[in-house]
Design a protein around this ligand. Structure first.
Ligand SMILES: [Zn+2]
Length: 387
């Protein structure tokens, strides 16, 4: 049992303690109540904010070494794709020289540094040994109606029956982007559970055919100058949140959350639900809440202030502890001594500096950055490596 004490939820004055055992939350209670545990079990987190580990429902892990590509707004994703292939050839070729396995590793660290404990990867499957966070792949990825030639056969593959089908859909502002949504739902003859990504062109009737819609506002504004009408669509389908890759957005998920909040389309607790309870239910993760029995996927941060304003002002530098499946996956330097005292072994971990704050992560992140730079000397990372 590991007991985290002196924590506070986003809202409310309570001072919490949370017990973790066997990868799950064993108990949640107020500090000072319940049984006492010895100092070899307890870590006092000095009033930090705790929330469930974030669930990023849309990313392409191997595309996070790209800079944002495209300088204008496009009518749809097909137009964007053909324009960047015509005008950004040099950038694309440069990044594609980096082996995909290295780009995937950086994609995982990108999520971890932001406090994400589960990422839903979209795209081809690849081998993953001991990833630093959970990668959800119990779904079928179809790129899109227009760019995946065999989408109908893949959608109607009886061997995939019952599995969610995740597909970019309605990513445009033109008639075609809306029509492709109808084509998809018309061809869903096996009534597969559909999870759409983007849905900028989606209307409420169309939304009712989807089990969920992944909202990626920053990617939408970058590509199209507009985002999905999630205030209305959310009455007809479940809403999840995704960052997409750095091809169309910032590496920092908190920047995406501020973009989402700035739209005024969803209330603060609703955006939070799109990253926690709702994706936990839709993907069947058994977590997403601070409750006994839930998977111990937890993020602990040092906010400036209280309440929702403080939550949405967070940045990766403020993340102090990330626990996924009950295992510490990221620790701010200030907790290394206390965690070592609890028996956590930092052997095989590395540290980087994020805005001057030391973050410890499993594996060799500085080494990965050096390897990537050997392939692409213009690669950029948001951290400094200590020498
Ligand atoms: Zn995508």
């Amino acid at each position: 049992m590991m007991v985290l004490e002196n924590l506070r939820p986003i809202e409310g004055p309570a001072s919490l303690r949370i017990g973790i055992r066997g990868g799950r939350i064993a108990f949640v209670g107020e500090d000072g109540a319940g049984p006492a545990f010895g100092p070899d079990r307890v870590i006092d987190l000095d009033g930090a904010m705790i929330f469930p580990g974030l669930i990023n429902s849309h990313d392409h892990l191997e595309f996070n070494s790209f800079p944002a590509l495209g300088r204008e707004h496009y009518a749809n994703y097909v137009e964007w794709g053909s324009r960047i292939h015509a005008t950004c050839r040099e950038d694309i070729d440069r990044v594609l020289k980096i082996p995909p396995a290295m780009r995937v590793q950086w994609g995982l660290y990108k999520n971890l540094l932001g406090g994400v404990t589960t990422v839903v990867h979209h795209g081809p499957a690849f081998p993953l040994e001991n990833p630093c966070i959970r990668v959800f792949r119990e779904c079928q990825s179809i790129h899109s109606v227009q760019l995946e030639p065999r989408w109908r056969q893949r959608l109607n593959n009886p061997l995939q029956w019952g599995r969610p089908c995740v597909i970019h859909i309605g990513e445009g502002t033109d008639e075609g982007a809306s029509r492709e949504i109808d084509r998809l739902t018309l061809w869903n003859t096996l009534h597969r559970p559909l999870v759409g990504v983007h849905g900028v062109a989606m209307n409420t009737d169309q939304a009712a055919h989807f089990k969920a819609l992944v909202w990626c506002p920053q990617s939408n504004f970058f590509l199209l100058g507009r985002t999905a009408a999630i205030d209305q669509l959310g009455r007809h389908t479940a809403l999840l949140f995704g960052t997409d890759s750095t091809l169309t957005g910032d590496w920092n998920i908190w920047d995406h959350l501020r973009s989402a909040r700035d739209t005024g389309l969803a209330a603060d607790p609703d955006i939070y639900d799109m990253l926690t309870t709702t994706p936990a239910r839709i993907w069947g993760l058994g977590g997403g809440a601070l409750a006994p029995g839930c998977a111990a996927d937890l993020t602990i941060a040092r906010p400036r202030g209280d309440g929702w304003n403080a939550f949405y002002a967070l940045d990766p530098a403020d993340i102090e502890l990330v626990i996924a499946g009950g295992r510490v996956r990221l620790a701010d330097g200030r907790w290394v001594r206390a965690l070592t005292h609890l028996g956590h072994d930092f052997d095989g971990w590395s540290r980087v500096l994020l805005e001057g704050r030391e973050k410890w992560v499993p594996g060799d992140l500085p080494g990965l950055a050096r390897q990537i730079l050997a392939f692409d000397e213009r690669a950029e990372f948001p951290f400094l490596c200590e020498t």
